[in-house]
Write a protein that binds this ligand. Structure first.
Ligand code: SF4
Ligand code: SF4
Length: 512
């Protein structure tokens, strides 16, 4: 039995899940010790058997002896003496004992009488800010029916509420000062909206200010933005390219798909306008890879067609897909059968990714890459994403909140760019949202990766951020299983491919 290449269970959050009790209890005197299988998810890849060890998030390849032991324990607890005897003739006793020791260490087996090791919540400590998402406007020139900011599921009234519709230059500067104060050696700033480029003049001045301030305080600073591409003009494109600003384009696919939802206020589709602008951007902005971000709805689930159009025909470097966040009764909500269809489409595209990875070729399906990275780094997440920890959102008035999707919501505010973060409020939020408090997730093998899912999704579905997103568990588990299989195939057939994830940190995976 051997580790398949991923890191140990180094948790990455302020309050990681830590095992209690011995990691490798001595198994002697052990012949009478009753043992049972621990918590792991089995999968097969490249003709081998693997286990995803849930408490530690480690991936292990089972050799013949470990497989035989797991099979022998499949019907329930047995004594060690009984196990060793049952494998006599197939494996040497010392090999069986060694394998038992390893299975103990990775918590694939436990003493049957002992309770499963319970995780504990470590005391919270402040970590530096990694990404600040700055909503420079809450206005948009499109009118996408599914949009969480403008549709029926919105949290903040950006039309009639008190929030300024555009962030002022002064607030934007204060947001930069906040980012530089709260970050470690590098501040990552993402401009967001509404439609971000509707406030391009402020954005442009803010980048210049931020570069100067970062140099003064001796920190690095990095910028990215998300846009619907409608306002990409030659001077804007030049600016983005020259300033090396990372760009993500919100686009749903070829014309017949894009124009279903991504429409102007008069109902006209946006494809004809954005397609040439995106081509101009891709031709000019070569300093950083440019990604597309697709919202999938009940009516637009053809992942393969969308990917081929955006990656192969338009030339995006990467394409990431996210199911729409919405209340279940909306017409664009994805049904259970829709999630099944989505999973089969994701699996097809993931196979393409695998073939490319085996040949050391780039493939742009970013959902696989991000999940492989999480598996490789062995994260057992206490929280679903960086929101409220390493990632914060700023509203147009300078209010700091959980993430960009909650920007401007008083109920989800953590302070302001001038007043700083209310650490008590932040700690209370993190305590209430820890995976250990999500009882439904405690028996789920996918929890190291999912950790209950997006707070905004939960708020939209159930009216609260605290509960897990139980409506898409089958989808999450199915997709995680597929990514584990791909990870196993690569670990056996092209382990060098996985080395790119050593120590890599994916800022993009923190925002959606
Ligand atoms: S939300 Fe569902 S899939 Fe995610 S960890 Fe909880 S039980 Fe598992
Ligand atoms: S996953 Fe949800 S809660 Fe987390 S950053 Fe993304 S939108 Fe916000």
């Amino acid at each position: 039995m051997s580790a398949a290449g991923n890191s140990s269970s180094s948790e990455r959050t302020m309050a990681p899940v830590e095992p209690t009790g011995p990691v490798a209890p001595g198994i002697s005197p052990g012949v009478d010790t009753l043992v049972r299988l621990g918590e792991f998810h089995r999968f097969d890849a490249a003709g081998e058997r693997f286990g995803y060890m849930v408490p530690s998030a480690a991936v292990f390849a089972f050799d013949a002896c470990a497989s035989a032991l797991a099979d022998a324990l499949g019907d329930g607890p047995r004594t060690i003496g009984d196990l060793v005897a049952s494998l006599e003739g197939r494996f040497r006793p010392d090999e069986v004992w060694d394998t038992l020791g390893e299975l103990y260490r990775v918590r694939a087996i436990h003493e049957a009488k002992a309770p499963a090791p319970a995780p504990t919540i470590l005391p919270l400590t402040v970590i530096p800010l990694q990404t600040l998402v700055v909503n420079v406007t809450n206005q948009c020139n499109l009118s996408c029916e599914y949009c969480y900011e403008y549709g029926e599921d919105k949290i903040v009234d950006t039309e009639n509420g008190q929030q300024p519709k555009f962030m002022s230059e002064e607030t934007a500067r204060e947001a930069i000062d906040f980012a530089l104060r709260e970050s470690g050696t590098t501040a990552m700033v993402t401009f967001f909206g509404g439609e971000t480029l509707m406030n391009f003049p402020v954005l442009k001045k803010t980048v210049a200010y931020a570069r100067a301030r970062a140099a003064e305080v001796g920190k690095a600073i990095d910028f990215s933005l998300t846009t619907n591409a409608t306002l990409l003009k030659p001077d804007v494109i030049d600016f983005l390219a020259d300033e090396r600003i990372g760009v993500t384009i919100s686009i749903d696919g070829p014309q017949e798909i894009q124009d279903k939802f991504r429409v102007f206020h008069n109902g006209k589709g946006s494809y004809d306008l954005v397609a040439p602008k995106i081509k101009a951007l891709l031709a000019r902005h070569r300093s950083r890879p440019i990604g597309a971000r697709v919202t999938l709805t009940r009516q637009t689930l053809d992942v393969m067609t969308i990917y081929r159009h955006l990656h192969d025909e338009m030339g995006f470097w990467e394409v990431g897909f996210a199911p729409v966040t919405t209340a279940p009764q909306r017409g664009h909500a994805i049904s259970d059968s829709g999630f099944d269809h989505l999973l089969s489409q994701f699996r097809l595209l993931a196979q393409d990714f695998l073939q490319a990875a085996l040949a050391n070729r780039h493939h742009g399906f970013s959902n696989v890459r991000e999940t492989l990275q999480e598996i490789h780094q062995g994260h057992a997440k206490a929280y679903p994403c960086g929101a409220g920890i390493g990632l914060l959102g700023v509203a147009t008035d300078g209010n700091v909140s959980l993430c960009h999707r909650f920007a401007g919501s008083e109920a989800h505010s953590f302070g302001s760019v001038t007043g700083g973060v209310d650490r008590g409020k932040q700690a209370a939020f993190l305590d209430a949202h820890h995976i250990n408090h999500k009882t439904d997730c405690q028996s789920c093998w996918a929890r190291p990766i999912c950790a209950g899912g997006c707070y905004h999704e939960a708020h939209t579905r159930y009216g609260s951020t605290t509960g897990p997103n139980l409506h898409y568990c089958e989808w999450i588990r199915g997709w995680t299983h597929t990514c584990l299989e791909i990870y196993g195939e690569l670990a056996v057939k092209n382990p060098g491919f996985l080395r790119q994830f050593d120590g890599a940190d994916d800022e993009a995976s923190q925002r959606h």
